[in-house]
Write a protein that binds this ligand. Structure first.
Ligand code: 9MR
Length: 620
């Protein structure tokens, strides 16, 4: 890790361009896009006084269309002010150029529109095209020349890392090479990780499956979205997802391969003991650079040698789960691909059962760890997907034997905690009432949290972890599913609370999504969208989500720029490419943004209820 950060600091120090100044603060914290006509609409007005304040909404002609008084909440100790809630839900007439006014303050213009989230759904999905490895990124799909680039890592034929890691453990390598060209880059770095690829891919595929369950035409119908495969007769969402699925399949260890890996060891201790295993069917944990590169770095210029790293049980189960999901989705679309997925999923499951304790350990230089010492949830998730696809008793038995089967959903999904993904699949595909109920119960708890928080979000904890914005979105997915199953509007209201928060109703008054809102995130930690570091590089395209506030693992000693010490939890964020703990972007964070934005663009309560995001939006 250290190396990457040092190089990044040097790159910054040698750069003469001024860092882009933040736009001036807004006085109202509100969704900077605006609101859906039929949704709850709330803004927060930070104020030192506890007395209510009169407010009004004016339209584009400056006519007052709504007015009222703020609802002051008790002073928030960490923020140091009274958050005054402004409820403008009665404003329903579609239009642009509305402004909120109170005292001497006037907000930026916002819209009331049923189409509010349609462009965001597309741009958030485009994130994945932009981050494809192994193929040139073409201007006509990327929204302009500045985001075009040559293929990164176009011929990724690689073998396993052999040699010493940072702790002096000697890794033995493997006797083969794999062609793992393609897939998506994980985040700001150029690593490709099966564990994180798994949840990101599952999330996009689940969006497709939810639409199937609702009985509508596919979301992102063929030809509606700017990617090279548009027009091939398959939904563009599935085309994008397949780009990653093919990569995950390529990460599978060849049949019969013997490997020496650490078994049963959960930490990077020294010495690691290597055991000979039949690794056939497992999935390599990652393919990544041997050493960290700095910012900026166009992927085709990456000078580092890339290696496969040892397989892990968690990666193998990510492959089993997503390949099983693939098998049922592509059954009627491409039978050969579906069969290939199912065969890979079965082999991966068998390999994980045979090698149930191969944890991702090893202290390597050029990539993140994605280490997880509890794979019981990965076993549950994979069994759920295999059961939903095959209906076979062996998978049902594995499910019922899992501690996760009857457990409540006590946490939103995330790359280390995937049990909820299995529960969602069992509820949605296998129509399991108990699993549905467990998810609805979680939605109820988060709904209660929303009522208790200053900014009205379904997340009451003061702990904002690395990628906290995705934790909120992953809760929003479950809240949306609860709305789908119960028809109760309040769940949808909390989904909107999450989007309101991400797009400006937060104590920073910032939108965490590039290109969206009056004060969007501009300077992500990303090796190509590195305009802040080097003006020859592009800014982020619209639709990329920042990881968000982090007060649990930020700042790090190797982080050149970080949020101020003692920051209030929701303000521990800085729009700076050098703050990788708060302002990185990643596939597992953008995937739930696609899910939620698409759901809001197409969900039944929206007035354009049957609409799919069908027209590609104009690119900025
Ligand atoms: O998202 C990951 C977060 O949950 C971890 O706390 C963090 C530190 O291990 O790593 C994050 O994942 C990074 C990965 O290791 C490498 N690519 C960039 C990812 C996002 O920052």
């Amino acid at each position: 890790m250290m190396k990457r950060r040092l190089i990044a600091v040097l790159a910054v120090a040698s750069c003469t361009a001024p860092l882009r100044a933040d736009p001036p603060p807004l006085v109202f914290d509100l969704n900077q896009l605006g609101f859906l006509p039929d949704s709850p609409k709330r803004a927060v007005f930070p104020h030192m006084s506890a007395e209510p304040v009169k407010w009004s909404v004016i339209d584009a002609t400056s006519a007052v269309v709504l007015s009222g008084e703020t609802q002051p909440r008790p002073k928030d100790a960490a923020l140091g002010y009274h958050p005054h809630v402004i409820d403008l839900s009665a404003l329903r007439t579609p239009g642009k150029g509305y402004r909120l006014a109170a005292g001497n303050s006037t907000s930026n213009p916002f819209a009331i529109s049923a189409d509010l989230y349609r462009p965001l759904a597309h741009d958030a999905l485009s994130y994945f095209y932009h981050n494809r490895a192994g193929t040139p990124i073409l201007a006509r799909f990327a929204g302009g020349e500045r985001w075009a680039r040559p293929a990164g890592h176009p011929e990724e034929r690689v073998t396993c890392f052999a040699g010493e890691d940072n702790r002096g453990n000697r890794w033995p390598g493997c006797g083969y090479t794999l062609d793992v060209t393609g897939g998506w880059y994980d985040a700001g770095d150029h690593g490709k990780y099966v564990v994180n690829g798994g949840i990101a891919l599952w999330t996009l595929l689940n969006l497709h499956e939810l639409r199937q369950a609702r009985g509508g035409a596919p979301v992102f119908a063929d030809g509606s979205h700017p990617i090279p495969e548009a027009g091939n007769g398959v939904s563009d969402l599935l085309d994008e997802a397949r780009w990653e699925m093919e990569f995950l399949l390529a990460m599978q260890v060849p049949e019969g391969a013997r490997l020496r890996v650490p078994v049963g060891q959960k930490t990077n201790q020294r010495p690691l003991v290597f055991t000979d295993i039949d690794g056939g069917g497992m999935a390599h944990h990652k393919i990544a650079d041997e050493r960290w590169t700095g910012l900026p770095m166009r992927p085709d210029r990456d000078p580092e040698t890339r290696y496969l790293y040892a397989p892990s049980t968690a990666a193998t189960l990510n492959l089993a789960a997503t390949a099983a999901q693939c098998a049922r989705i592509w059954r009627g679309i491409d039978a050969a691909f579906s069969a290939r997925c199912l065969e890979a999923a079965r082999r991966a499951w068998a390999a994980a059962e045979r090698n149930a304790q191969v944890y991702a350990v090893g202290d390597f230089n050029g990539s993140g760890g994605y280490g997880d010492s509890d794979v019981s949830d990965e076993f549950f998730w994979a069994a759920a997907e295999l059961f939903a696809t095959t209906g076979e008793a062996v998978f049902e038995k594995a499910l019922r034997a899992s501690p996760h089967f009857a457990a409540p959903v006590d946490k939103e999904p995330g790359w280390p905690s995937v049990a909820p993904l299995g529960k969602i699949t069992l509820a949605l595909i296998a129509n399991s009432q108990p699993q549905k109920q467990a998810l609805i119960d979680a939605a109820d708890r988060w709904s209660a949290e929303a009522r208790a928080t200053t900014y009205g979000i379904p997340y009451a904890s003061d702990r904002y972890a690395w990628g906290s914005n995705s934790n909120l979105l992953n809760r929003a997915i479950i809240l949306a599913l609860a709305a789908h199953w119960t028809g109760e509007a309040r769940y949808r209201g909390h989904v909107i609370d999450v989007m309101d928060y991400l797009l400006g109703r937060n104590p920073l008054g910032r939108s965490f999504v590039s290109g969206y809102g009056a004060r969007p995130m501009r300077n992500p930690h990303h090796r190509f969208w590195a305009h802040q570091i080097d003006p020859a590089y592009p800014p982020p395209p619209p639709g990329a989500l920042s990881g968000g506030p982090n007060n649990t693992s930020s700042p790090r000693s190797d982080e050149p720029v970080a949020p101020p010490k003692g920051c209030a939890p929701q303000t521990c964020w800085v729009d700076d490419a050098r703050s990788f703990t708060t302002n990185e972007v990643a596939i597992n964070w953008n995937a739930p943004l696609v899910w939620v934005a698409t759901w809001l663009a197409t969900s039944p309560s929206a007035s354009r209820s049957s609409a799919s995001p069908s027209q590609a939006p104009p690119k900025s």
